[in-house]
Design a protein around this ligand. Structure first.
Ligand code: 4AD
Ligand code: MG
Length: 477
């Protein structure tokens, strides 16, 4: 007897005398029709029970959420919306589910409520679709790099360096916090720590990825990264996953080409392979839109938006050009919305980014050549002495999705930049070594994985695209 998934069974055109399936009951109607889901697809398979043939006590246990094992015949279905169904011959309850206390009822729950039920929320269509897409995107990412000659590198999670130089790190220590040893200056003595120095959770694998790019040529990391920034927004997590390719002998325009090609590839992949989940999420958004005033509705459906990105070039605009556009744009007085930026050299706020992407260019935008003072120390200084070869990619509805740069490959310039922000040379001696021994132009970027999943699924809160979101107020699970 074949054990298959619901997805397999639903794709059958033929009747099969003996099949079996295990899954969780979504609904049980009229003491006769079980809608069974096993996570392999959004669809449920209908299992038809002739109640005369079954014990009443057993039927009572077929409740929403229960795990069951069904055996029977796969037959053509006369019901609407399904080609086949299972005529149940035997049924076993694997795990009961008390209908009084099971939190996931067969009705629409709010996303906020489901966030509190993170361990059960993938039993709903919305979250199972989102998480299947998350899995498919991960696969597509590895596939892209594999097909393009990149090596997958595992960068460390515990590290002594601050890759972004922004001081947003979670400390890692095994010191007894009730008895923290102090040095002569009264400061915590990390030499008494297990690692003999201050260590933290990585904010980015970039610096280590650079070392491997400078020997293996093309590498990427894809792993968890951590930021101790206290930002409670719908786009920030304390723990998020980042994809970071790094390539030797590649300059900034090459970096832009790589990022654009890569992002188009993974979007095409899910459009081709995950149509069912995408259509479901698309309909969900369109239903939501219907309840909104016209002005707030999405100009494109989810799938149209994904296709738009795969079929059109990203707009490449320098920071200086972007500032000019913002300066010359009319602030929306009615909404008291200021797009205006007074000074060259200030960082763009998310409202500026949104204006550029959603109102002005109406397509993904790659902003490059940012002022040096608002970007990280490792970025290649341009000949103007003021700007660096940085690039941020901005996406509609998301804002910044990618941050990257051509790296500073000149030893002296890098040392000066580190000194300017008090990064001791002996902390990054190995990073400086790369500039001493066979230095060369190289570049890379970091794509925030959850922001990509948000874009693909249309979910508007980052907490809804990662299984167990870590945010300043939430680490319950
Ligand atoms: O712009 P960021 O900070 O760049 C870096 O970390 C570089 N070292 C990457 C590189 O060049 N290899 O972060 C890269 C991306 C952002 O564009 C954003 O998509 C995402 O990571 N990101 C976050 N996502 C969720 N929550 C946060 N707190 C995030 N911070 C950054
Ligand atoms: Mg950034």
């Amino acid at each position: 007897m074949n054990s298959r998934t619901v997805a397999d069974l639903l794709s059958q055109d033929i009747t099969i005398p003996e099949v079996e399936i295990k899954g969780w009951v979504r609904t049980f109607r009229a003491n006769r029709f079980i809608a069974l889901n096993d996570g392999s697809t959004l669809q449920n398979i209908q299992c038809v029970v002739d109640f005369e043939n079954f014990d009443e006590a057993l039927l009572k246990k077929i409740t929403t959420g229960a795990a069951i094992h069904v055996k029977g015949e796969l037959v053509e279905s006369l019901g609407k919306g399904q080609k086949v169904e299972i005529q149940v011959e035997s049924l076993e309850i694997l795990g009961e589910s008390d209908p009084e206390t099971y939190p996931i009822q067969p009705k629409k729950h709010s996303l906020e409520f489901l966030r509190e039920q993170a361990h059960l929320r993938t039993r709903t269509n919305t979250f199972s679709a989102v998480m299947r897409l998350r899995s498919a995107l991960s696969f597509a990412i590895h596939k892209y790099f594999n097909e393009n000659g990149f090596y997958y590198m595992h960068t460390p999670i515990i590290t002594g360096s601050d890759a972004e130089g922004a001081g947003e790190m979670f400390k890692v220590t095994n010191l007894d916090l009730d008895n923290v040893p102090k040095n002569d200056e009264g400061k915590t003595d990390y030499t008494k720590d297990f690692f003999g120095k201050e260590t933290n959770l990585t904010v980015s694998g970039q610096l280590e990825a650079e070392t491997y790019a400078m020997s293996l040529g093309k590498v990427y990391t894809f792993g968890p990264t951590f930021r101790a920034e206290n930002s409670n927004t719908s786009r920030h997590l304390a723990e998020f996953w980042m994809i970071e390719p790094e390539v030797a002998f590649m300059d900034l325009p090459g970096n832009m080409d790589l990022a654009e090609d890569f992002m188009k590839y993974v979007l095409k992949y899910v459009l081709e392979n995950n149509a069912e989940d995408l259509e479901f999420l698309d309909n969900r958004l369109q239903d939501e839109d219907k309840r909104k005033p016209q002005a707030e509705r999405n100009p494109m459906t989810l799938i149209e938006k994904l296709k738009f990105v795969t079929d059109n070039n990203f707009m490449r605009v320098s920071y200086t050009e972007a500032i000019d556009i913002l300066r010359n744009s009319k602030p929306n007085k009615k909404k008291k919305f200021q797009y205006l930026i007074e000074e060259w050299g200030t960082d763009l706020q998310s409202e500026h980014e949104r204006f550029l992407v959603e109102k002005h260019f109406k397509c993904p935008v790659i902003l490059f050549d940012y002022p040096a003072n608002i970007k990280a120390f490792y970025m290649r200084l341009n000949d103007d002495g003021k700007t660096v070869r940085a690039m941020d990619i901005l996406f509609p509805g998301i804002g910044e999705i990618v941050g990257g740069a051509q790296r500073e490959e000149r030893l002296e310039v890098l040392k000066q930049k580190m000194a300017a922000i008090n990064i001791p040379e002996d902390e990054l001696w190995w990073y400086l070594d790369l500039r001493k021994f066979g230095t060369a132009v190289h570049s890379g970027f970091g794509l925030g994985f959850e922001r990509l999943v948000m874009f693909v699924t249309g979910m508007t809160n980052i907490r809804d695209v990662i299984p167990y979101p870590r945010t300043p107020q939430n680490a319950e699970f």
